[in-house]
Write a protein that binds this ligand. Structure first.
Ligand code: SF4
Length: 369
């Protein structure tokens, strides 16, 4: 398989060139792009509008899909987690979150993650490998087909968040290429305005993203209001400490559209980063840099063997009230898919459901792929 070209990771012009190299006219490249990206087909056999001989030639030289489903987990709240594997047998996880107004797909940019955020289960895998553009696009195709049916138009459109496994900004070029492919009106047509990428704080890439005209939205995982605590929770802070990070955010702010705010994600860890004093420190930090941002407060999603617990609801409320009293917009994000290891910070290729005392354990919801 490695010598075969993964066609889902090619733009339409690249597919036209690919078809040309096989001695085929340009329109064949456009046909393949439409079949993969618009009709969301995952095998050449299904592309019955292509001549049989051409399909055979394609099968020798290329592949339409490389990810295979290992398991599909369905949460009590309707969230679905797909555990897939790459052609070289590495785990890839994707989460589909049904929502009232517009469904969301959370995709991974890497298999595992090299960063060592102590509150995140993915960190325990280490970096297995960065995903290529095709592997990123395929996750979305897979989730859309599962949710709506192969090729069926999404009923209300869909939002994408790059908040699954991995640090997207450590896989920057493939990520941008995947976003370009998905934005094509002849394909999935998911424009960057519908995409939010979350970073742990890779400062040079924040600055670079600000220069890209058609860029996705940005979210930054903060987790602490001081360097001392952030060094502990997110070791990337030793490389790019808060002042540097927020200076880059300030720079990024110049690229915001009038209605756009960027987001800080703040995971709330009981007794670690959720005191009233820390809320004041956080508000002061953001106000000192005069940032047009909002803060999403995310009660931690407990998962063995992480040594943390979620902040209790009244603590989260108090934290939020203090932020708002100091002029910082704050929202509490309700966890989704906790019972199937699909929530934030829980993606670690777990082949099980999570046993939570308040949740009914429903083994039938684990559907092997
Ligand atoms: S929180 Fe994100 S960046 Fe940090 S270890 Fe987990 S996946 Fe990696």
């Amino acid at each position: 398989m490695p010598e075969q070209t993964h066609l889902t990771g090619l733009t339409e012009p690249e597919l036209i060139a690919f078809a040309g190299n096989l001695g085929e006219p340009h329109y064949r490249g456009r046909q393949i792009f439409g079949a993969l990206q618009h009709r969301r087909l995952r095998s050449f056999d299904e592309m019955t509008d292509l001549p049989l001989a051409f399909r055979a030639k394609l099968a020798e030289r290329a592949t339409a899909a490389t990810l295979t489903l290992e398991s599909r987990y369905v949460s009590e709240d309707g969230t679905r987690r797909y555990l897939m594997k790459t052609h070289d047998n590495l785990p890839v996880e994707t989460v589909f979150i049904p929502e009232e107004r517009r469904d969301t797909i959370c995709f991974s940019s890497q298999s595992g993650c090299p960063l060592q955020c102590t509150f995140c289960l993915t960190a325990q895998l280490g970096l297995l490998r960065s995903l290529d553009a095709g592997e990123i696009v395929e996750q979305i195709i897979f989730a859309l087909n599962d949710a709506y049916g192969p090729g069926v138009k999404t009923p209300r459109g869909v939002n994408l968040v790059g908040m699954g496994a991995g640090e997207p900004f450590l896989n920057f070029e493939p990520l941008l290429k995947a976003l370009r492919i998905m934005a094509d009106p002849q394909g999935l047509f998911i424009v960057p305005n519908r995409v939010t990428i979350s970073t742990a704080g890779v400062v040079p890439r924040i600055r670079e993203l600000a220069t890209i005209a058609d860029r996705p939205h940005l979210a930054i995982s903060l987790a602490a209001p001081t360097d001392e605590l952030r060094n502990e929770l997110m070791p990337i802070n030793k490389r790019w400490p808060l002042e540097e990070l927020l200076a880059a955010c300030k720079e990024f702010e110049k690229s915001l559209k009038p209605s756009e705010r960027f987001t800080f994600e703040y995971v709330m860890l009981d007794g670690i980063n959720d005191s009233d004093e820390q809320a004041r420190q956080l508000a002061n930090l953001l106000n000192r840099h005069a940032l047009r941002a909002k803060v999403n407060l995310i009660p931690h999603n407990a998962a063995d063997p992480l040594p943390y617990f979620p902040s209790p609801p009244e603590r989260v409320e108090s934290f939020k009230t203090i932020l708002e009293s100091k002029g910082v917009h704050a929202f509490v994000r309700q966890p989704r898919g906790r019972d199937i290891y699909a929530a934030c910070g829980q993606l670690a290729a777990r082949r099980e459901k999570l046993i939570l005392p308040q949740l009914k354990q429903d083994r039938n919801a684990v559907i092997p792929g």
